[in-house]
Design a binder for this molecule. Structure first.
Ligand SMILES: C[S@@+](CC[C@H](N)C(=O)[O-])C[C@H]1O[C@@H](n2cnc3c(N)ncnc32)[C@H](O)[C@@H]1O
Length: 332
């Protein structure tokens, strides 16, 4: 049996990405709430191991935090970590496009800061049996919420070749998508895929070694595509960003960290469209109804410093964008 180190406490296992920058961006939203005599409320829509949440609760002693994660294992770990803050937290098992329902259930009308730290957590990558990592042989699962939905094995064993090409090309941005899908379909005819190792072996057989030299591990992009498909990550994000904006109070801030261009494209498009005037071109004055609802707080995207990347290599691909509500919400 492989020898394993004793698991480290959650707080030691993980360094939150751009922690100080996120908190500094969120702080004025909480201050706006206080100036109106309200208790500041934040949503951590991607609780993970609770690193960002813990830092927020420590820094703002009056803050109430709603933590959401679709992964029950993450919720349990974060729950233990955030226990010292007890009554100041509500931790909810949900998908982040359900933000409005989550708040309605808690009786919270609006919030003053929302953080979304997208993608998979270190926990999910490190827990080998979850099947997210191409470097370990494990059941081909990749569900963030293991209580429901199709697994990566269901996708590779049941999708048509055409659908496999489409997702591997689109979500993985993989130029060998055709060859990989073709090989998957041929291999599964004799034996359905059950493990990550079996899939990696087939991918290795069709991605030229020269491509792996420049593009990293040959299975990297296919694994990204399967993970996105299994968790419907981009469809959910397309609904979640507008939902986050809609529950933001006046002066409230929304901070999102993406880890690949497909995510960032969605965030950028929603932020830009809600931060510009809707006045028709050439309109002489800007009427109140045409004024933008949000202003952007970041010029393009912000990225971690080399020091942060040295401390936490998984931060390397992080791209941060943030907006602030500058026009009152429309309430029903
Ligand atoms: C990068 S981690 C967050 C890490 C966290 N900021 C911390 O400091 O520990 C992303 C987390 O978001 C969760 N997640 C991803 N997509 C989600 C979704 N659509 N709804 C709810 N949670 C989601 C994942 O399960 C994972 O735990």
């Amino acid at each position: 049996m492989e020898e394993q180190d004793a698991p480290k406490p959650t707080s030691e296992r993980h360094v939150p990405v751009l922690k100080d920058r996120c908190i500094n961006l969120l702080a004025p939203g909480f201050e706006a709430a206080r100036s109106r005599g309200e208790t500041p409320v934040a949503i951590d829509a991607t609780l993970g191991m609770g690193g960002h949440s813990e830092a927020m609760l420590q820094r703002f002693p009056d803050l109430h935090l709603v933590g959401i994660d679709r992964d029950e294992e993450a919720l349990a770990l974060a729950g233990a970590r955030l226990q010292p803050f007890g009554a100041r937290t509500d931790l909810v098992h949900a998908v982040y496009d359900e933000i409005e329902d989550v708040l309605a259930e808690l009786g919270i009308p609006e919030v003053h800061g929302i953080l979304m730290d997208l993608g998979v957590s270190s926990l999910q990558l490190d827990e080998r049996e979850r099947g997210f990592a191409y470097s370990y042989d494990a059941p081909l699962d990749m569900r963030m919420d293991t209580s429901r939905g199709q697994t990566a094995a269901d996708v590779v064993n049941n999708y048509s070749e055409e659908d496999l090409v489409r997702i591997i090309r689109k979500w993985g941005e993989e130029k060998f998508a055709g060859r990989i899908a073709n090989r998957i379909v041929a291999a599964r005819a004799s034996k359905p895929f059950a493990t990550t190792g079996e899939l990696v072996e087939q991918i290795r057989g069709v991605v030229p070694a020269s491509a792996a030299k420049s593009g990293g591990h040959p299975a990297k992009r296919t694994f990204q595509a399967l993970r996105i498909e299994v968790n419907e990550e981009l469809d959910v994000l397309e609904r979640a960003v507008p939902a986050a904006l809609s529950v933001s109070a006046m002066g409230g801030r929304v901070v999102v960290m993406s880890y690949h261009s497909l995510e960032d494209k969605i965030v950028k498009s929603v932020f830009q469209s809600r931060s510009k005037s809707s006045a028709p071109l050439g309109f002489p004055v800007e009427l109140e109804e045409h004024k933008p609802e949000f202003k952007t707080l970041t010029k393009g995207t912000e990225v971690p410093t080399p020091e942060e990347i040295a401390e936490n290599p998984r931060a390397a691909s992080a791209r941060l964008r943030a907006v602030e509500r500058i026009k009152a919400r429309r309430t029903a």
